[in-house]
Design a protein. Structure first.
Ligand SMILES: *[C@@H]1O[C@H](CO)[C@@H](O)[C@H](O)[C@H]1NC(C)=O
Ligand SMILES: *[C@@H]1O[C@H](CO)[C@@H](O)[C@H](O)[C@H]1NC(C)=O
Ligand SMILES: *[C@@H]1O[C@H](CO)[C@@H](O)[C@H](O)[C@H]1NC(C)=O
Ligand SMILES: *[C@@H]1O[C@H](CO)[C@@H](O)[C@H](O)[C@H]1NC(C)=O
Ligand SMILES: *[C@@H]1O[C@H](CO)[C@@H](O)[C@H](O)[C@H]1NC(C)=O
Ligand SMILES: *[C@@H]1O[C@H](CO)[C@@H](O)[C@H](O)[C@H]1NC(C)=O
Ligand SMILES: *[C@@H]1O[C@H](CO)[C@@H](O)[C@H](O)[C@H]1NC(C)=O
Ligand SMILES: *[C@@H]1O[C@H](CO)[C@@H](O)[C@H](O)[C@H]1NC(C)=O
Ligand SMILES: *[C@@H]1O[C@H](CO)[C@@H](O)[C@H](O)[C@H]1NC(C)=O
Ligand SMILES: *[C@@H]1O[C@H](CO)[C@@H](O)[C@H](O)[C@H]1NC(C)=O
Ligand SMILES: *[C@@H]1O[C@H](CO)[C@@H](O)[C@H](O)[C@H]1NC(C)=O
Ligand SMILES: *[C@@H]1O[C@H](CO)[C@@H](O)[C@H](O)[C@H]1NC(C)=O
Length: 785
């Protein structure tokens, strides 16, 4: 057990090393070069001026800041990131990755005086501007890298003059292409071996004649908006190894053309484009394919026979998601490592899988597979990632392969106890069994994953009993056991799970006091205790609550009581901030060499229709819901410090006193519900100035005075102010000491309100599973549950 656990860790370390190496190989080159006193004064001055063109942020810690280590009076050939030709002393390599260079790369930059540069790597800096035409002056450049450089605009046409260029990496920027720019530049780069322009905003078509790129090995253009067909001349390049064009708008026939010698192509990644029609038989000319991604190829009503792919004898990775497949029971495929057959209209468990003994990664989610998992499946020796979610699997969970580390079995009809199938595993990292019919208790055996488990999602089952104290891993990031019948107390050990970001226990029968310890969890972003039997105060003079990263605090529908001290919300920094600094809600997991993400998400319900907010949308929502409890006393003044708040619900309590003036500070508020309390005094007139607010409710209080003016308030239905004996003015019918009033049609108001109720009632901070490769892009996957 310890053995396989450490093996997994080795694998992770290996991946991180790969990444670090990929990022820094040019630094390594530099370190290896000799450092004699070579530096030429004009070259040194050019470098020094170049350094001074940029602002280096001294606050950031995770950057190399190489230029900061340069000293003017030392040999510039020994400066970090600089490498000279040992004979001439000319600077030939400059590698300043991740050096926190901020500022534009101007066309008169001193960089372009380093005429002898052969290798330039400025990746992961912030130039926030264009790549100037002067880049064409560096005519000896063979390697040019500026990935994640915050560059935009067109590619300079002078790039076409770099006739020695072999490696061009400009991925993850905002480059655009207007007109025939890329079409003109690309064919001129006849020395090119490797080009990656992925994750930019290129549009238009690829040049139709690419035969001039006769040395090309890697062609990466994924994540752009290219359209038209992929030119067959590309596949005719004899040296070609790797084509990555996924996530574009390519369409039309995929023509491989007349290949004379056997193709060397190993990677063909063209998924998530607009291809339609049958899968072309000419693909079979690509005899050496190891990785094939044709996902979401629209074959219309055509059904693809999976046996077609058995001809690729070297195939290791196959992604046919979104293609309707016919899988015969006698099919033999070559031994695959990574198989993704999501949304393939499969209705029976594919028998051939039982013989795929090299399989490490399997995704057969979103099909209609019925029945139990076959016994043979549990004998696959290497399976590591298993996603069978969103199918019709039923019965008890049978033994999973004992190598399983990530198991996503959500949205099926599994029943029986969880212990079966799970307790025999080792080193489980992700367990998602949400939305099934599992019963019994949360198994104590989860303790055996107490160092490995990151994600435990058991929401929407019929689990009962007490939450076992031992069963949670110290590394847990996301725990969701919502909508079961759990009783008893929360495990006290929760306060020791310092990595926890998402905690959701809503819709159970947990009978406990407020878990004060959780405020010590520095990363906690979501705390949902809604609809349980929690009781007692949520304030204690001993434990001062401060949730620096909390963004969703939902403790509604319990029996909490007591008062909020007026400084209660001081220190809730994430809700106080309007600006998003970090991309929240993401848990990344390496699976079979592919990075997968779990996104936290929030489900909001409106009359049975569930909307799920994932990823970037989620990050916008900051919610405090303490409704339906027994709170009393004043609404704390410090509520006004939560400037990022979108939804505030304090209804159905026994709050007294005035509505605090500071509420008017919450300029992002979209929904405010203070109904069913004992609030008195006036509604602060400034509330009329909140422009985003689309729903508010002050009904059933003891408020008085005129309802504030303001289009948002005035467009509310009168019922939002009802049952307050002293309130007057529109939209109520009671006028304040006379005066004209305008009638709006009631029906219009109702329709409007209907829409706005979408932000009304919050349930669950469920966690949705989102597959995808990153680059900071959101791929939101809205689950239907
Ligand atoms: C480069 O041009 C900018 C204006 O575009 C000017 O302010 C700057 O002084 C020039 N820098 C050099 C090194 O000539
Ligand atoms: C990049 O530079 C721009 C403009 O100089 C600045 O607004 C932005 O905050 C910088 N981005 C980062 C991540 O530092
Ligand atoms: C490219 O080189 C040609 C001649 O070698 C020159 O005339 C032209 O101006 C250069 N183009 C750019 C954009 O530098
Ligand atoms: C493609 O361009 C090459 C020169 O780069 C030329 O020799 C060849 O004829 C062109 N092919 C077509 C089909 O236009
Ligand atoms: C491919 O080769 C065949 C015969 O070898 C020929 O008939 C056909 O025209 C060629 N097609 C193209 C597109 O060159
Ligand atoms: C699936 O393939 C089998 C054999 O290859 C064939 O007999 C059957 O008709 C196919 N089914 C469909 C729906 O195409
Ligand atoms: C699996 O392999 C065994 C032995 O090679 C063979 O007898 C069996 O038919 C295969 N099963 C499937 C479903 O391919
Ligand atoms: C995992 O299961 C295989 C058989 O399926 C068995 O040979 C192997 O010993 C098991 N591994 C461990 C660590 O128990
Ligand atoms: C994890 O569980 C094992 C028993 O399965 C126990 O011996 C060990 O102390 C636990 N480790 C931690 C950190 O709780
Ligand atoms: C938290 O961890 C500490 C140190 O491992 C341990 O002494 C303490 O008992 C734990 N607290 C709870 C409530 O489990
Ligand atoms: C909650 O627990 C307390 C003390 O253990 C008990 O007195 C009370 O009846 C329980 N409440 C409910 C609703 O079960
Ligand atoms: C509300 O905003 C005003 C002015 O912007 C500020 O003086 C006051 O401190 C704020 N109140 C709170 C509670 O943040």
């Amino acid at each position: 057990m310890i053995h396989s656990c450490s093996e997994e860790r080795k694998m992770m370390i290996l991946w991180s090393l790969c990444l670090i190496f990929a990022l820094s190989n040019s630094i390594l080159v530099v370190i290896a070069s000799p450092s004699q006193h070579l530096c030429l004064p004009d070259q040194r001055d050019a470098l020094w001026e170049f350094k001074n063109e940029f602002y280096v942020d001294s606050d950031v810690t995770n950057f190399e800041k190489m230029t900061e280590k340069w000293r003017y009076n030392t040999d510039c050939c020994s400066w970090d990131g600089v490498s000279c030709d040992p004979k001439t002393g000319k600077i030939v390599e400059l590698g300043l990755i991740s050096s926190s260079l901020n500022g534009p790369l101007r066309s008169n930059s001193s960089l372009f005086r380093l005429q002898h540069l052969q290798s330039l790597d400025l990746s992961y800096n912030n130039f926030s501007g264009i790549l100037p035409d002067s880049i064409g002056n560096l005519k000896y450049l063979s390697v040019l890298r500026c990935s994640s450089c915050n560059l935009h605009g067109k590619l300079p046409s002078s790039l076409g003059n770099l006739s020695y260029l072999t490696h061009l990496y400009l991925s993850v920027n905002d480059f655009t292409s207007e007109g025939p720019n890329l079409q003109l530049v690309l064919p001129k780069l006849s020395s090119l071996k490797s080009i990656d322009l992925g994750s930019n905003q290129f549009k238009g078509t690829l040049p139709s004649n690419m035969s001039s790129l006769s040395k090309l090995e890697y062609f990466g253009m994924s994540g752009n908006s290219f359209s038209g067909s992929i030119p067959s001349s590309l596949f005719m390049i004899p040296s070609l190894l790797d084509v990555s064009l996924e996530r574009n708008h390519f369409s039309g026939p995929l023509e491989i053309g007349n290949i004379s010698s056997p193709s060397k192509l190993r990677y063909l990644i063209v998924g998530e484009n607009n291809f339609n029609g049958p899968i072309p038989g000419s693909l079979l000319k690509l005899v050496g394919l190891e990785y094939l991604d044709l996902s979401f190829w629209n074959t219309g009503r055509g059904i693809v026979d999976l046996s077609f792919f058995s001809h690729f004898i070297s195939l290791r990775d196959l992604d046919l998601s979104g293609i309707h497949l016919n899988i015969s029971s006698t099919l033999h495929l070559p031994m695959i490592n990574t198989l993704t057959l999501s949304s393939c209209n499969i209705s029976e468990f594919p028998k051939f899988l039982e013989n795929q003994t090299k399989l490490r990664y399997l995704d057969i989610s979103a099909n209609q597979i019925e029945g139990q998992l076959p016994e043979g499946f549990g004998r696959l020796p290497r399976l590591w990632y298993v996603n069978i979610s969103d199918n019709l699997f039923s019965g008890k969970l049978t033994m999973l392969p004992n190598s399983t580390r990530l198991f996503v079995g959500s949205d099926n009809r599994f029943s029986g106890e969880i212990r079966r199938g799970i307790c025999e595993l080792f080193g489980l990292q992700v367990l998602d069994l949400s939305n099934n019919n599992f019963s019994g208790s949360i198994p104590r055996c989860l303790e055996s994953f107490n160092t490995t488990l990151w994600v435990l999602h058991l929401q929407n089952n019929s689990l009962s009993g007490v939450f076992p104290e031992e069963s949670i891993s110290l590394g847990l990031i996301s725990l969701n056991v919502g909508h079961n019948q759990l009783s008893g107390e929360l495990p006290k050990s929760l306060i020791n799970y310092t990595d926890l970001k998402f905690l959701n226990v809503e819709g159970n029968r947990i009978n406990d006091t407020f878990p004060f310890g959780v405020s010590l969890l520095p990363h906690l972003q979501v705390l949902v205790l809604r609809s349980n039997e929690f009781y007692g105060p949520i304030y204690s003079p001993r434990d001062s609550l401060s949730f620096p990263n909390l963004r969703i605090f939902d403790i509604s529908d319990n029996r909490f009581s007591g008062v909020f001290p007026s400084d209660y919300f001081v220190g809730w920094n994430a809700v106080s901030s309007v600006v998003e600094v970090e991309y929240y809600g993401r848990i990344s997991v390496f699976a079979g060499g592919i990075r997968r993400y779990y996104y936290s998400s929030v489900v909001l319900t409106n009359k049975g229709v569930k909307m799920e907010l994932v990823g970037r949308v989620f990050t916008m929502y900051k919610i405090i819901d303490v409704s339906r409890n027994r709170f009393e006393g004043d609404i704390p003044e410090s509520i006004g410090s939560l400037k990022g708040l979108i939804v505030l619900n304090m209804s159905y309590n026994a709050f007294t006193g005035h509505i605090p003036q500071s509420l008017t500070n919450l300029t992002n508020l979209q929904s405010l519900d203070l109904s069913q309390n004992r609030l008195s005094g006036e509604i602060p007139p400034q509330l009329g100035k909140l422009t985003f607010i689309s729903r508010m409710n002050f009904s059933y209080n003891m408020l008085e005075g005129p309802i504030p003016q303001g289009t948002q308030i005035q467009s509310q239905n009168g019922s939002s102010f009802a049952e307050n004996p002293g309130l007057c003015g529109a939209p109520l019918e009671d006028t304040c000491g006379g005066g004209g009033e305008e009638e709006e049609t009631e029906q219009e108001q109702d329709e409007e309100k209907e829409e706005k109720e979408q932000v009304l009632s919050w349930t669950a901070a469920a966690i949705a599973y989102v597959p995808g490769v990153v680059c900071g892009l959101t791929i939101a996957h809205i689950l239907t549950s």
